[in-house]
Design a protein. Structure first.
Length: 95
């Protein structure tokens, strides 16, 4: 689960995350189904203790404390509940 304190991380590399999303629980209603937000990318980060970790990047919701278009680590966003692979959506070949 997400920690309430900011973690010191260094991004080592970024890769695409096709089909992946981050799940967020609704704070108001824990019985409500989790909301799925498409990942912008995966980031391989180095934690403050030197350990590598793979973390999803999501566009942060617009709010008083953040302008539109800001990206952040999914696990540092309020309500983070995990990741989900939805698979790739493809169109059938024209026949």
């Amino acid at each position: 689960m997400a920690s309430s304190s900011k973690k010191e991380r260094r991004i080592v590399t970024i890769a695409s995350a096709p089909g992946w999303g981050a799940l967020f629980a609704e704070a108001d209603d824990p019985l409500e189904e989790s909301r799925l937000v498409t990942l912008a990318a995966w980031a391989l980060v180095e934690e403050a203790d030197g350990q590598p970790r793979l973390v999803g990047l999501v566009q942060k919701p617009y709010g008083d404390d953040s302008p539109p278009g800001i990206f952040g680590f999914a696990d540092e966003t309020e309500g983070f509940a995990g990741y989900s692979n939805q698979g790739l959506k493809t169109k059938p070949a024209d026949g």
